[in-house]
Design a protein. Structure first.
Length: 317
């Protein structure tokens, strides 16, 4: 693990930089990419923001300043330095994983996922950080970057969403939020854009999903489960589908929640949440990763097969 000074030195030495966020990006990934590109340009560097997937991501993330410039790509451009942000492992860079693996000596990893082994040449990791944007704020200070409104907005986006709207985190998260707000952010509008806006179709999708919640017992655990098949997933927007997991995080009488989202026939993205147990262990065992309270993985099979596999793993642990 490296220091802020070592990470800053790697940035200072570069003239052109590619900033890469994780596939299926969230607000911390896009916020980290946009804030870093903005900071690098302020320092007089050439910078481009990239996501290694070809399909579009949640449209509400386009409200983060600079997101309109983030490119969906399968190849790295010719740059001096690669910075991955909010990527817990190399495979989270998606289609760019091969190109980055071939250039690890030029890669700076900035991340807060406890499962990150440090896959770059320089690794700025802080597992206590609420968001990757929290780490970036300190790195930007080290680099003498001035917090302007677009950069502060992008940093705040990651902090807001990765703390579940400031429901968990260290006391410093509020000090950091205050510093970002003092640049003049409209935090109310940011919260609406990233968390609260729902269409009629979204409300109906959420209603159907909630009507289908089931509780399962396995290995002394009680799981609140939503299985959203492809038809249901397609009836709502991506952010609304991603938000379903917040409803099963804390169902009374359960100690974890899971949402299975079928993005292609028999291919599922699974989100796990808990306030009582370590769901990252469960996700890692099933081929994914994440944090103690929030983790995820991907699975192939019918709805019964993939949910049975999760219950079997719960019994094993
Ligand atoms: P999500 O449920 O998609 O919001 O993801 C929760 C956490 O788990 C995030 O911090 C992700 O980085 C992590 N995660 C989700 N899916 C995967 C995956 N397939 N592989 C590794 N980590 C994942
Ligand atoms: Mn993320
Ligand atoms: Mn994050």
């Amino acid at each position: 693990m490296h220091s802020y000074a070592e990470a800053a030195a790697a940035v200072t030495a570069a003239r052109s930089v590619a900033v890469v966020g994780h596939v299926r990006p969230d607000a911390d990934a896009i916020g980290s990419v946009c804030a870093t590109v903005g900071a690098l340009r302020q320092l007089g560097k050439e910078a481009v923001g990239l996501i290694g997937q070809t399909w579009p991501y949640a449209e509400n993330l386009q409200t983060i300043p600079g997101a309109e410039e983030v490119q969906l790509v399968e190849e790295l451009p010719d740059v001096d330095l690669i910075i991955t942000v909010d990527c817990g492992s190399l495979d989270r860079t998606g289609r760019l994983a091969g190109d980055i693996a071939a250039r690890v000596e030029d890669t700076l990893v900035v991340d807060h996922h406890a499962s990150n082994v440090g896959f770059g040449a320089v690794n700025l990791l802080d597992f206590q950080a609420e968001s990757t944007t929290t780490i970036l704020g300190r790195l930007f200070e080290e680099l003498g970057v001035e917090l302007d409104v677009p950069i502060a907005h992008a940093l705040y986006a990651g902090l807001l969403t990765d703390t579940g709207s400031f429901r968990w985190g260290r006391p410093e998260m509020h000090t950091y939020a205050a510093r970002l707000m003092e640049t003049g952010l409209d935090v109310r509008a940011i919260a609406v854009d990233l968390l609260d806006a729902n269409s009629l179709a979204d409300l109906r999708m959420i209603g159907r999903a909630l009507a289908s919640v089931e509780i399962h017992e396995a290995g002394g655990h009680r799981l609140a489960l939503i299985v959203a098949d492809q038809e249901l997933v397609c009836s709502g927007s991506l952010p609304a589908v991603e938000g379903l997991v917040d409803f099963v995080r804390t169902v009374e009488g359960t100690d974890l929640g899971a949402v299975f989202k079928e993005s292609a026939p028999d291919f599922w993205h699974v989100s796990l949440r808990s306030v009582d147990m370590d769901v990252s262990r469960l996700a890692v065992a099933l081929g994914g990763g994440g944090h103690i309270p929030a983790a995820g993985y991907s699975a192939h099979g019918t709805a019964d097969e993939v949910t049975d596999a999760l219950l079997a793993e719960l019994r094993r642990q």
